[in-house]
Design a protein around this ligand. Sequence first.
Ligand code: GLU
Length: 374
Amino acid sequence: MTRAALFSPPSCPVLVVKIGSSLLVAPDGRVRRDWLAGIVADVAARRAAGQRIILVSSGAIALGARRLGLPGGGRASLEDAQAAAATGQIALSQTWAELLGERGITAAQMLLTLDDLEDRRRYLNASATLARLLALGVVPVVNENDSVATEEIRFGDNDRLAARVALAAGAGGVVLLSDVDGLYTADPARDPSATLVADATLDAATLAMADGASRSGMGSGGMAAKLAAARIAHEGGAHLAIVGGAGDRPLSAFADTARGTVFAASARRGARKAWLAGRLTARGRILIDEGAADALGRGASLLPAGARAAEGRFARGDVVDIVGADGRIVARGLAEYDGEEARRIAGRRSTDLADLLGYAPRAALVHRDHMVML
Ligand code: GLU
């Protein structure tokens, strides 16, 4: 299968398309309506071919900043960004609703915060809403709820949001449309020998190619956020492409030329494990020894005997990172014990647990059914 075919309607029934601020909003602060009409034509064609599409649309802050006359693209302070987002979002939604409506497609707006997708119950709510909207033939248009998100609880970039939304919707692919046409071996503006990486893997050499900043200064993504999104998608079993979106009908162009960078996912994960793998935060950490790391690699549960220590305040059922002897996070899972109990039983044999805790315990600290290797 060609790279672009991974994202085609027959092989990818649900596709998430993320559109960066610099594509949507012209340098003078106006919506690039003609360009958006091209995207909507692409979306209509894919829907006619049987693909369900979720749009993750940036641009609220950039649009709102212009309307309010705020400096620094509306990103000079969190308060400015919140006000700009609240003002720009209404214009953004209206534009999408109109353009999709012209082709007989109903748009729906979903504004999400990081917490909505980190908390399991709220994540399931968001998943259910997305599933229902898709079943009804609606195109969800998603953005971060920037007007209420504070620094601690915000994604800050729509690249990672798009990857998380893909997992929540059970999508097989994510296309990040951007003002760069993929991942380059070096910054092409500075190094003429830089080449586009067509097929990428998430190894150390690839991660080193990313710089943090957004080139247009309009969005907040940058390549580092795109690679973080690729990692989330990969862990959840979704393919991800970084594609240049500046030309007309960029989704059609990608289908024709396959130009861009593709991170192909290996295996699909079950929905619960995909949620776990894509989470950005954990309540605690369990430090394990090398023997336990080997056992986890072979598919075993984490037993108390393999744990060296437990850190953090977490309850039974909370997400914990499982950290190897070298400090690397090797797995993530749902704790079978709270943090206090975990500290007491770390390093002890399962047969000792009843004596230590005074009640009939579960054998594992983290059961393999509720764990993903990272
Ligand atoms: N949510 C932001 C907005 O609508 C964009 C975030 C990003 O640049 O990725 O303006």
